[in-house]
Design a protein around this ligand. Structure first.
Ligand code: ADP
Ligand code: MG
Length: 681
């Protein structure tokens, strides 16, 4: 008996060889096949009259063949078949190439449906290689499937039909219980599967789609709720006092209203029944670090240790320096640094301090995740630029304490709906206000012919005591960033900027050298930092006012926005210069968006529009399970409905263990299995 779990080759007519082709589409089982939803549909029920045809638009013509096709041998191996067909409003010529099979089935006087585009003049319309079906049986909505070489859409269609028939009663096993379907006006699974592949009409198609979208979003929400539920332990590091005021007296500036609100959210969490589990979202430069410092300060004053994890060594070091300055001088709090490239003896010293509790705040990279890192009393875990980490890494670090508080920070501005999906297991605070006194960043997109002028502009600012970044990516296919950044820096140092000090920063340098260059730059001993995208996240040097990006077309919007966020951090007016000769419309559009706005949320929306949610987070930032039918951007109202349904289901049956929820529970597991190693963000 065929089941949803049966290997695809057991479907009649598939066999081993075709099964391999199906594998390429990610289809291993019958269930996979049925969720290989059509990419679009051809509607053969809407008939266009020849007299009303719109040029170059696919349509369906219902016409009678006036004669059997005639064969014309064009050259060896190429035959044409031609015939005329009439629909009463006009007569068109139909041409088939090398298609003896179809031509042989056309009978004079019979009526057929022709699907394709009509070309030729209005008087003498023509159709080349249309799809042809007998008029009596062909009038339906036909699915078009995502393809791979060797499998046609028609073949997939036939296989789906065979499978649906063979599954028979099993299609009645429905993951959505009847009450739920009724409450949200959803059709059965059988109806949905039959009509998503072979819609009876447009209405049936939309009913089917609604149900499948809802089910997928519900599954996702249930999985996220389960993740969130896991965090609901007892608050083991409960704070009783609020040291925010003391912290503020250490700061060289006053926190913005948004920073104060975010810090208050965190304090409220840490004083509550359950541990804090919060996302702090704020555009680049909004001042997330100060909030994190405040929260860390309060936890430490309350008697706990704090760990802060950053995705790069440069960033970890920067946090270490600024926090130790802030805390050690004024607050008497001991801060340690732990990164992978430190000498063993240095590391051991820090590990020791962390273990015996003399180091109260440890800042580090992934090195913090190592087994050798043990805490005396870890009460708070902070991750900076969270989109670079997965849930599992966050969990490993948290596992080093007894249900410590979690604060995760992210500068990737994510549209709210998407944030709820991805970070559904977290509470959210948003910094929607920049610190005062910032002058807006002006952005210019220029061609390489204006590069010399840009150099002049840079010099003018350097002469006023400011600093600049120049970012270059791989220059040519096959070149490593090491070669190109180095070569480029050398060219600059010998040529236009021979009067200035240049620093070079790229990913392949030794950590110690990186740190040295970064320190030289932040203490203004280096005027120009030539770098690869390693400066993308977090780096904070307020005296740097120019960001020049070579080959700007190679970067995505999110990345350009992050890079630009390195300037405009202090009192001086800043600019960003995007150098590119690219002509392709998408790249031009990206550059235009950058010139038009500095609003991270607008840019994120544009980014999503261009790339779609699947690519939005890039490789590293990827975290959501891949969805097969729901579109997180467009399906916002089913999303809300699914969230509501998930919450109420979760309340009734948190572990989804009742028999009515068995299939749903299985779907949740399946969906989250696909997320893979990184887990959810
Ligand atoms: P991000 O949110 O990108 O991590 P940072 O925390 O690096 O931003 O802060 C950006 C800059 O703004 C830093 O130089 C920081 O000292 C400064 N800053 C943060 N908050 C304030 C404030 N309330 N007033 C003035 N400057 C601030
Ligand atoms: Mg930051």
């Amino acid at each position: 008996m065929l089941t949803m779990e049966s290997p695809i080759q057991y479907v009649k007519g598939v066999g081993e060889k075709r099964a391999q082709l199906f594998q390429r589409l990610g289809i291993a089982t019958v269930g996979d096949l049925l969720t290989h939803y059509p990419r679009q549909y051809e509607d053969w029920t809407i008939i266009t009259r020849l007299s009303e045809v719109v040029p170059d638009t696919p349509c369906c013509i219902k016409a009678r063949a006036l004669a059997k096709p005639t064969e014309h041998l064009i050259r060896k191996g190429l035959s044409l078949y031609r015939f005329h067909a009439s629909d009463g409003s006009g007569v068109m010529q139909v041409t088939l190439f090398n298609n003896k099979y179809t031509a042989a089935r056309i009978e004079a006087g019979q009526e057929y449906l022709f699907f394709g585009t009509v070309s030729g003049s209005f008087r003498r319309p023509e159709m080349s290689s249309p799809l042809i079906e007998p008029a009596q049986t062909g009038a339906r909505i036909r699915p078009i499937y995502p393809l791979t070489e060797g499998l046609t859409s028609r073949y997939i269609e036939k296989t789906v039909a065979t499978a649906l028939l063979a599954l028979d009663q099993q299609l009645d096993a429905d993951a959505l219980p009847p009450e739920l379907r009724q409450q949200y006006g959803l059709c059965t699974r059988r109806y949905a599967l039959e009509n998503i592949h072979f819609p009876a009409d447009q209405q049936a198609l939309s009913t089917a789609r609604n149900r499948l979208v809802f089910e997928e979003l519900l599954t996702l929400q249930l999985g996220l709720l389960r993740l969130k539920g896991r965090g609901k332990a007892q608050n083991a590091a409960r704070l009783t006092e609020d040291y925010t005021a003391e912290f503020c007296s250490l700061l060289p500036f006053t926190m913005t209203g948004a920073q104060q609100r975010a810090a208050a959210d965190c304090l409220r969490d840490m004083q509550g029944e359950t541990p804090m589990n919060r996302l702090l979202q704020g555009d680049v430069g909004s001042g997330k670090t100060a909030v994190a410092a405040c929260v860390a300060f309060c936890a430490i004053r309350g008697g706990y240790q704090c760990a802060m994890m950053a995705p790069t060594e440069i960033l970890a070091e920067q946090h270490y320096h600024s926090l130790s300055r802030l805390f050690e001088l004024h607050g008497g709090i001991t801060v340690g640094l732990l990164t992978g490239s430190m000498k063993k003896s240095e590391k051991d010293k820090v590990l020791c301090g962390v273990r015996d509790g003399t180091i109260q705040l440890v800042v580090g990279t992934h090195a913090l995740l190592s087994d050798t890192v043990q805490f005396a009393s870890l009460g708070l875990v902070i991750t900076d630029e969270q989109h670079r980490f997965g849930v599992r890494q966050r969990a490993i670090l948290a596992g080093k304490g007894q249900d410590p508080h979690l604060l995760v920070m992210s500068a990737t501005p994510i549209p709210r709906t998407l944030a709820l999906m991805i970070y559904g297991d977290l509470d959210i605070s948003i910094l929607n206000e920049l610190p005062p006194g910032r002058t807006p960043i002006s952005t210019y997109a220029i061609g390489t012919d204006k590069r010399e002028r840009a150099y002049g502009y840079i010099k003018k600012h350097l002469d006023e005591g400011r600093q600049a970044y120049i970012v270059c990516s791989l220059v040519e296919e096959g070149e490593t960033d090491l070669v190109s950044a180095e070569a480029y820096a050398e060219k600059l140092a010998k040529g236009p900027f021979s009067q200035y000090t240049l620093g070079l920063l790229h990913g392949k340098m030794k950590a110690r050298d990186k740190e040295q260059v970064m320190r030289d730059f932040s203490e203004n001993r280096v005027s120009i930092l030539v770098a690869t995208t390693v400066v993308e996240v977090g780096v904070d040097v307020p005296n740097a006012v120019l960001m020049v990006i070579e080959n700007a077309e190679r970067f995505g919007l999110a990345q350009l926005h992050q890079l630009r966020g390195r300037v405009g951090r202090g009192q001086y007016a800043s600019s960003c210069i995007l150098i590119s000769d690219a002509q392709n419309p998408e790249a031009r559009h990206r550059l235009k968006v950058m010139c038009d706005t500095t609003d991270g949320f607008k840019i994120a929306d544009e980014d999503l529009k261009q790339r779609g949610p699947g690519d939005f987070f890039g490789d590293r930032q990827h975290g959501l399970p891949e969805l097969k039918i729901a579109d997180l951007l467009c399906d916002t109202s089913p999303l809300r409905a699914a969230q509501e349904a998930a919450r109420s289901l979760y309340q009734q049956d948190p572990s989804l263990s009742s028999p009515a929820h068995r299939l749903l529970s299985q779907s949740v597991r399946d969906l989250f299995d696909r997320v893979g190693e990184n887990g959810l963000n």
